[in-house]
Ligand binder design. Structure first.
Ligand code: CAA
Length: 240
């Protein structure tokens, strides 16, 4: 029987590539989205992947949504916490709302996504957790005090979960994508984006599928001893 995988923010950008790559590998995928009904409907029509709408920042909505996915498809064995937002501004202009929105989605949202599936993974003695962090959680980024804080926090989450889950057959790892050709990066002003690409030794943005293939490896049986690690996928822009 195919494993059930939950991908938050799974109908667009990197998340969509993760959803389709896992489906191609034989997983039954549930992709969540927060607001864009049109994009989600189109995604389901094109891929056959079921989409679910909830706000990852809301614990009760996440728990109820996850219960619905499990009622529809079966126990979730793979969870990819990918949903994330940016509210970029230099720190002196950053508002408390910009700070709070990013913390709620990118950091609390990761807690809200993993916490409801964790007991089932412990009981069944198997689980795969992947959190999509960012190069900017590793190096910091001008105008991203909020985002960088959450993405660095995501690394702390997986390092701790790895230690808690290891004996129950659960692994938790993070991937730090560099600048990938998605709507999020395309929203950066063109001149700024060009200057960023100039700092990437690979000389180009990454492709969403280049992140998705790393996820597919981390959630496979072959990766059972890789636990608590951070994989950088950034074209050598930042080497740790
Ligand atoms: N380093 C140093 N200085 C910088 C800078 C940088 N990276 N970027 C901008 N500046 C400077 C500008 O030159 C300007 O200086 P002056 O005032 O002396 O001219 C100043 O900072 C910017 O001031 P503004 O008042 O014009 O800034 P703003 O309020 O209009 O904000 C911005 C503009 C939001 C910073 C915009 O430039 C921006 O979006 N930058 C990109 C930030 C970024 O890389 N975000 C990543 C998004 S992709 C992502 O997050 C995915 C992922 O995980 C990788």
């Amino acid at each position: 029987m195919s494993r059930i995988a939950l991908v938050t923010g799974g109908s667009r950008g990197i998340g969509a590539a993760i959803s389709t790559t896992l489906k191609d590998k034989g997983y039954t995928v549930a992709a969540t989205y927060a607001g864009n009904d049109e994009a989600a409907a189109k995604f389901t029509e094109e891929t056959g992947i079921k989409t679910y709408k909830w706000n990852v920042a809301d614990y009760d909505a996440s728990k109820a949504g996850i219960e619905q996915v499990e009622a529809d498809l079966g126990p979730i064995e793979v969870v990819v916490a990918n949903a994330g937002i940016t509210r970029d501004a230099p720190f002196h202009k950053m508002t408390p709302d910009q700070w709070n929105e990013v913390i709620a989605t990118n950091l609390t949202g990761v807690f809200n996504t993993i916490h409801p599936v964790w007991p089932g993974m412990r009981e069944r003695k198997f689980g795969r957790v992947v959190v999509i962090s960012s190069i900017n959680g590793q190096k910091g980024q001008f105008a991203q005090v909020n985002y960088a804080a959450t993405k660095a926090g995501d690394l702390g989450i997986v390092k701790s979960l790895a230690q808690e889950g290891a004996r129950a057959g659960i692994t938790a790892n993070a991937i730090c994508p560099g600048y990938i050709a998605t709507d999020m990066v395309m929203a950066v002003p063109e001149k700024v984006r060009e200057s960023i690409i100039a700092q990437i030794p690979a000389g180009r943005l990454g492709e969403p599928e280049e992140i998705a293939r790393a996820v597919a490896f981390l959630v496979s049986d072959d990766a059972g001893f890789i636990n608590g690690s951070t994989i950088s996928a950034n074209g050598a822009q930042f080497v740790v």
